[in-house]
Design a protein around this ligand. Sequence first.
Ligand code: AMP
Ligand code: MG
Length: 544
Amino acid sequence: MEIEFQLASEPIAERIPPPPSLGKQGAWLEFRGVVRGEENGQAISTLEYEAYPEMAEREIRRLLQEISTRHPCLAAKVIHRIGAIPVGETAIYVGVASPHRGEAIALLAEFMDRLKQDVPIWKRRGIVAAVCDHRGSGQTSKIGAHRAPLQLDEAISEIKSHCQPLPAVRVPLAEAFGRVLRETVCAPDDMPPFDRSTRDGYAILQGDASEIYQVVDTLHAADWKPRQLKTGEAVRVATGSALPCENLRVVMQENIERTGDQICVVKREAARNVSARGEDLRAGEPLLQAGAKLDAGALALLATAGNARPLVSPRLRICHFTTGDEIIPPDQKPKPGQIRDSNSFLIRGLLQRFPCELTQKHLPENFEAAKRDISAFRFPLSAFDLILVSGGASVGEKDFTRPLLEWLGFEIVFSQISVRPGRPLIFGMRPAREDARPTIAFGLPGNPLSHFVCFHLFVATALAKLIGAEPNQFRRGRLAAKLDDASNPRETLWPARWDPAGLHPLKWASSGDVTCLAQTNALIRVPANRGSIESGAEVDFLPT
Ligand code: AMP
Ligand code: MG
């Protein structure tokens, strides 16, 4: 019997082959197993399947061959979907061709009965969150989901506890800028490795007060010519030259007069003009600690120490979806009701400080259409470390970020925070699987100011954890002007300009107000129910 088998991680409806052209067969029987809305007595929205792919294929082939000895059939095609499968979608498709319908029906019945015991494809879990009710009531449970809006600190600590550093990689120095060093690097040699001249001039013995010196050698920067100088001898040296022996000083060339091979010192200086071996660092002493961000200076240091392939955080792979049918590209003129996409550029800019590969895509504001678009996407979900979805995080009719993330296999950790701006923030987690490292996801409220705040408070915290860096911390600062606000039951992150005079609260009308963003370089933390804060008061703020 001819057997074809596929494991699919995307919807399989489109993959079902047409019945083969009729030859010897008289029957082509098709079966589709569809995910039910109930698992172990509990209502579910999604069922997750896992498999050992190679073993599954081997067992399915063996099983079909064995059954076909009793019920001879001509061909069978099996497609099993794995990963998160929403209720109503096909989990398994089986097509059987046989000379008469009887054999096909018998083979299919026995195959389906034995599939569960014999083949390593199993239901991992049902996700208990109804797609039709994604208003914050249905909850997943495995990862520890929250119903009530989380306070700021609670949300941050949830994110920290769910995000672990990704495996480190070795990269050439030229690719290491902005990465986080993942091992402490020690000086392999003394730095500098030899006594070197800091001037163009003449090296003489430290205590040699001769009137006239004989120039016995000339050293250029790359020369290495050890020799013990005697009293009355001098060696011509260039800046950076390795000195020929210990206990030398260098007289600047401006302070001597030379006649032939003789010099006389016309001005004596206190300065030795030598940088001594190991004066910067001794061999074995730590040069850079694990966790250091590799900026230009750090790269210079690693290069000096000969660390040409440092162990660093990997480049993050990030996918950013924008949503909303009202969103148009910035080069188009909006019709009434339309809005130019600013979040794509905000996110792209904010991600600059995290070395990453960013993929951006706009999704239609229709759950089914969005799912189709994602299924046709050229990258599998497992290709990303982080998924960001702009907009649709709230509870409007068309807001589908939460069910979308669940459909993608994420467990939702929380979906609301008690923070202004930015209340509908979704944080989800897809645990590591055999074929993929863990992926985290954020559904960000669409308004640009909310985006900015949620990025700095939450997304940046997650990214810092993924790369093994210390997340940005709140600091104490002083208000340079009054912060004028009505009391609000939620904590507020207030956009501000931070300069040497202190923090200047900026004007913002609503979370849709982009006008303050170009000025903002800090977010002031205003406690819940606080209201206005007088100029000069000390506050917590987050530099952005
Ligand atoms: P939502 O979170 O989808 O309810 O969106 C809230 C507000 O943010 C709406 O006014 C959207 O038009 C706006 N918005 C959503 N996405 C973007 C975007 N990419 N750029 C600018 N504004 C956006
Ligand atoms: Mg929207």
